[in-house]
Write a protein that binds this ligand. Sequence first.
Ligand SMILES: Cc1ncc(COP(=O)(O)OP(=O)(O)O)c(N)n1
Ligand SMILES: Cc1ncsc1CCOP(=O)(O)O
Ligand SMILES: [Mg+2]
Length: 216
Amino acid sequence: MTVHDWRRGVYAITDAGLLPDDATLIAACESALAGGLALLQYRDKSRDAERRHRQAAALASRCARHGVPLIINDDLALAERLRREGHGGVGVHLGQQDGSLREARRALGEAAIIGATCHARLDLAAQACEAGASYLAFGRFFTSRTKPDAPPARLELLAEAARFGLPRVAIGGIDADNVRQARRAGAELLATVQAVFGRGEPASNVQYLRRQLEDG
Ligand SMILES: Cc1ncc(COP(=O)(O)OP(=O)(O)O)c(N)n1
Ligand SMILES: Cc1ncsc1CCOP(=O)(O)O
Ligand SMILES: [Mg+2]
């Protein structure tokens, strides 16, 4: 099994609206993984804990086979549970309302990947860095169908965030037409829902995004 560098490339995020049941979710993620992801995030806002655990565990096994870390959105307890169950590559992504990064670091240990939402704010990035985040996510940079009301950010922010020395994630409306622009502005990781899972075959979508990045 090849272990990829999770610090650069395409970061795909699932969406329960686009991938409503286990079979659709798993097939789409397997396809995206085959296309060559850096990271996969499980993002499901439902309150159905049983379904969230079942789906996340299924994805964690597939991710492990591809040497790709699985990141759980919002839910430190679920990430801890999966790690206890043997899914060692599982990390967590926390937004500003999603709990303490410090606590997540304590709970998951030094090696876990812990992501932090910083919107368009370098002060939040500084705090996240101090609290032990593994990467800093900024955005939204473009019009997002998935989260249209996310606070907007300027691409120039990415260069300013280089000072933290952590991988920078660009999110929000990232697609094949703008992914190179976001990369050139400084983002190492390009996070997207729609450009991977919105239409077509996820594997081809990921490969196309990667080609744009490699050519740029
Ligand atoms: C990689 C990445 N970046 C940002 C977010 C947004 O997190 P948050 O602000 O907590 O919003 P929700 O995703 O929870 O709606 C993310 N999930 N992933
Ligand atoms: C979760 C999130 N946070 C800021 S924008 C966004 C949604 C990203 O989805 P898309 O790539 O479809 O714009
Ligand atoms: Mg959140």
